[in-house]
Design a protein around this ligand. Structure first.
Ligand code: PEP
Ligand code: MG
Length: 542
């Protein structure tokens, strides 16, 4: 038995086989080949595999989000069967003795350019699809997916670390938990684990070797311990502990469907944080009263090209409709820092967390921002959407955002497209500048949502990803709590509501403090909703 000690991200217990996550870097560099027919066969095998993958994805998506939304995977299958597309690739292999990866990539770029040059917006949007399907074939050609899920029913994923975009590609239905040798409990990957409610331990410090692939393992999310190839005694203890946790979970059922209010009747809005519409089942399953933070950048992270207005519109509309009139706060794009996307072509920076990030990208690339604002406004006609701007530091930035939003509204008015004219506009308070200036900022918006993850990082000057600084990191630091209190007071003075959507909102040891400060809304990972409601109902503010 091998025992590893790391940091717990989610307190569940997972027992199952370990599957090692390996990165297959996709290389599409041109290379001369000497057997064209063998190369065509390689291409065809990869293409068939990609079609099968899409068939599975389609079936899963139909189950989860319905036939209409799943149709994209069917369209992708059809594109992979397109004669012109296949002929172009095979032609390049045969006529120029080019390797399959390069032939696929060159064809993808040619077809994408051709789509982009078309007049029709629908056809232009197909450029992203052809790049997407080609990426799928290239992945197959370069060694297949990072984990072959067909080998397992359910697995514990082991990796050195997982980037947010890598986590998103995993087949979440089959994941029991994950263990990483590095990574912080405050990273976006950790946030995703909490959203999915799966046991996770990060930063074990020990590289996990290939020879444990397929071995039985246990993650104890309560202590942050991982047991690989456990002995019988540990296995029995942990199975028993798993049963106990299940019972505790059952107890939480008593607070399902009841009001989130203190003993003395103060009501709090208890919302869920999500990354994309795929997380909606978790939010609903855990009885969320709304969505307090939709991290829209995940739509960008999952894609290999900018998501189109239509793609975004569909995602926001699905969310608004699924939540059926309950509030859905959608945060505009927060790319940058640890959330990197190649196709944005961002310059390398010495301090990315202090660099070109979030609203700064949107305000320097207004056409990109306007695409998102159009999608958001159009979707607002289908439910109760509120819009939220991240990483704000000044009144001027809010005014610039509102001015762009107003331009988009006028554009939609001219085109006769409906949107919610009462849509609330808010900002994240996640920089010390915003918290300190919250009296001024409050006059510009309808609500504040406190992003305690970044607020802590920037107030304490401690990188939220940097685990070696843990000894200096105090998540209850009085400076952060004072800024939170000041933000709530200033918000209330201006008559607006104030919520918290950072991870601190789920810290049950602070719930009473936040309630006493007067917090109006708390938005947390879906798995934290019921424990938090139970806690709020046990508190009296009198
Ligand atoms: C935060 O900073 O607290 C927040 C909610 O935003 P994110 O974690 O996505 O940066
Ligand atoms: Mg943040």
């Amino acid at each position: 038995m091998l025992t590893l000690q790391g940091k717990s991200v989610f307190t569940g217990i997972a027992i199952g086989p370990l599957a090692l996550f390996h990165r297959n870097t996709i290389s599409t560099a041109p290379r001369a080949i000497d057997d064209a027919e063998a190369e065509v066969q390689r291409f065809q095998k990869a293409r068939t595999e990609a079609v099968l993958q899409l068939q599975k994805l389609y079936e899963k998506a139909v189950e989860k989000i319905g036939e209409e939304q799943a149709a994209v995977f069917e369209v992708h299958q059809m594109m992979l069967d397109d004669d012109d597309y296949i002929e172009s690739i095979e032609g390049k292999i045969r006529e120029t003795m080019l390797n399959a990866e390069a032939a696929v990539e060159q064809t993808a770029q040619q077809f994408a350019d051709m789509f982009r040059a078309m007049d029709d917006a629908y056809m232009q949007a197909r450029a992203a699809d052809v790049l997407d399907i080609s990426r799928r074939i290239e992945q197959q050609l370069c060694g297949g997916p990072s984990i072959d899920f067909s080998k397992y029913d359910h697995v514990i994923i082991a990796a050195d670390d997982l980037a947010p975009s890598e986590t998103l590609q995993l087949d979440t239905d089959k994941i029991l938990g994950f263990v990483t040798s590095s990574g912080s409990t405050n990273s976006h990957t950790a946030i995703l684990a909490r959203t999915l409610g799966i046991a996770a331990v990060v930063n074990t410090g020990t590289q996990i070797h290939n020879d444990v692939d397929g071995m039985m393992a246990i993650i104890d999310g309560t202590t942050g311990t991982v047991y690989i190839d456990p002995d019988q005694e540990t296995l029995c203890q942990m199975t028993e502990r798993q049963q106990q946790l299940k019972k505790q979970q059952e107890k939480l059922e008593t607070v399902r469907g009841v009001a989130t209010e203190t003993k003395d009747g103060k009501k709090i809005r208890l919302y869920a944080n999500i990354g994309n519409p795929d997380n909606l089942p978790q939010a609903i399953l855990n009885d969320a009263e709304g969505i307090g933070l939709f991290r829209s950048e995940f739509l960008y992270l999952e894609n290999t090209a900018y998501p189109t207005e239509e793609q975004q519109f569909e995602a926001y509309k699905t969310t608004a409709e699924t939540m059926a009139g309950k509030t859905v706060v959608i945060r505009t794009l927060d790319i940058g820092a640890d959330k990197k996307v190649d196709y944005f072509g961002l310059d390398a920076e010495a301090n990315p967390a202090l660099g070109m990030r979030a609203i700064r990208i949107c305000l320097t690339r207004p056409s990109l921002f306007k695409t998102q604002l159009r999608a958001l406004l159009r979707a607002s006609a289908y439910g109760k959407i509120a819009i939220m701007f991240p990483m704000i530091i000044s009144v001027d930035e809010i005014r610039q955002c509102k001015s762009l939003l107003q331009n988009v509204r006028l554009e939609l008015d001219n085109q006769g497209i409906a949107y919610d004219k009462q849509m609330e506009i808010g900002i994240m308070i996640e920089t010390p500048a915003a918290a300190i200036m919250s009296d001024e900022l409050a006059k510009e918006v309808d609500f504040f949502s406190i992003g305690s993850n970044d607020l802590t990082q920037y107030t304490l000057a401690i990188d939220r990803q940097q685990t070696t600084l843990d000894a200096f990191f105090d998540s209850h630091h009085p400076a952060v709590l004072r800024l939170i209190q000041q933000t709530i007071e200033n918000g209330h003075k201006a008559g607006i509501w104030v919520g918290i959507c950072g991870e601190l909102g789920a810290d049950l040891t602070l719930t009473e403090t936040f309630l006493k400060m007067g917090i109006d809304e708390i938005s947390v990972s879906p798995s934290s909703i019921l424990p938090l409601r139970q806690k709020i109902r046990s508190i009296s503010l009198l």
